[in-house]
Design a protein around this ligand. Structure first.
Ligand code: GLU
Length: 335
């Protein structure tokens, strides 16, 4: 975990240096007006990171917002991004809809997170799927088979861990019943290959590099049975029973699991006009092309689905943009 934290820190430092260089290189008159947007994403092998990188590039290059400079930052995931947003360490975060909603409701484990009611949505980006990859020789065919095995539930600070705790509970299992580790997939590969670890979990778009890079006939995806998915969804409305599509990974059949929408969020005190222009930059043609080039999920980031599965209030600047586009009746409430 320390290694992962250090790597996030190092990546952030490099990005901060690049951003300062960009500001210094800008014409002096414009430099004071530049608005820096740090976008909290996830781990290097997930989907938040490549999507966040494309978003940052699109916003920075958008002719309609020449003063906006956006940079992507690696992070532990949704929960870390919420904390960083509320602490003023980032201006924009990618966050699972269920995590944003549970934080707003002050549900466990978010009871101590002050200010979650200040988080506002800018857009819904794409669906994420809970993916549990295990070594076939470990014989994990269902969640109950975690007993006695070592499985990574992702970092503390990830949305994955928050969901996995719900999933374990729904199967009558706790972290005491097996040997959990809390690592991002980039730190599990050696352990998996060496047989020290039997699997890892990731709530992310498909395909994730974490899985695509290693999956072969020695690995399989563990299903969440639809009845259990439906039960979880009843208790946590923004988590839905869904499927990892067939051939998201070569030769892997459709697998039942949980899904959730990935949201782009900001704080309510962000300037209305600034959020309007950022939303406009997000949905311009150039950003859309960059997103499609960056990752297969980029094709699902569309204006048509920009309001799907939003679990918290929209920022007024984003709301005005969608109203102007005719996607939202003026004065409507959402969700
Ligand atoms: N949804 C994951 C989380 O919040 C991150 C997924 C990704 O990195 O693509 O932890």
């Amino acid at each position: 975990m320390a290694k992962s934290f250090e790597s996030h820190k190092a990546a952030r430092n490099i990005l901060a240096i690049c951003a300062v260089a960009l500001i210094l290189l800008a014409p002096p008159a414009a430099a004071q007006d530049l608005q820096m947007l740090r976008i909290g994403t996830g781990g290097l092998l997930g989907v938040y990171y490549p999507v966040g990188k494309a978003l940052a590039e699109g916003i920075t290059k958008a002719a309609i917002a020449p003063d906006l400079i956006a940079v992507e930052q690696t992070s532990g995931g949704s929960v870390d991004n919420l904390h960083a947003l509320l602490a003023g360490e980032i201006e924009v975060g990618l966050v699972q809809a269920d995590v944003a909603h549970r934080a707003l409701q002050r549900e466990e484990p978010f009871t101590e997170l002050g200010g979650a009611d200040q988080v506002r949505a800018v857009a819904s980006l794409y669906p994420e799927h809970l993916q549990i990859l295990t070594r076939r020789d470990a014989g994990i065919r269902r969640i109950q088979d975690f007993r006695g095995k070592s499985v990574s539930l992702d970092e503390v600070g990830s949305g994955t861990l928050a969901v996995m705790r719900i999933v374990l509970d729904a199967h009558g299992l706790g972290e005491k019943d097996f040997d959990p580790v809390y690592l991002k997939p980039e730190f599990t590969q050696e352990r998996l290959a060496g047989g020290k670890l039997q699997g890892f979990c990731l709530m992310a778009g498909t395909p994730t590099k974490a899985i695509a890079d290693i999956i072969n006939q020695d690995y399989s995806l563990v299903p969440i049975e639809p009845e259990i998915g439906a039960r979880i969804s009843h208790a946590y409305p923004y988590l839905a029973a869904g499927f990892i599509p067939a051939d998201a990974y070569q030769g892997v059949p459709q697998t039942p699991t949980l899904e959730v929408h990935a949201l782009m969020v900001v704080r309510d005190d962000m300037d209305e006009q600034l959020v309007y222009r950022m939303t406009e930059a997000l949905w311009n043609e150039q950003t859309q092309t960059l997103l499609r080039e960056a990752h297969p999920q980029g094709q699902h980031v569309t204006l048509d689905s920009s309001l799907s599965g939003i679990s918290i209030q929209l920022h007024p600047g984003a709301r005005r943009f969608y109203e102007d586009k005719g996607l939202l009746p003026r004065g409507s409430s959402l969700p």
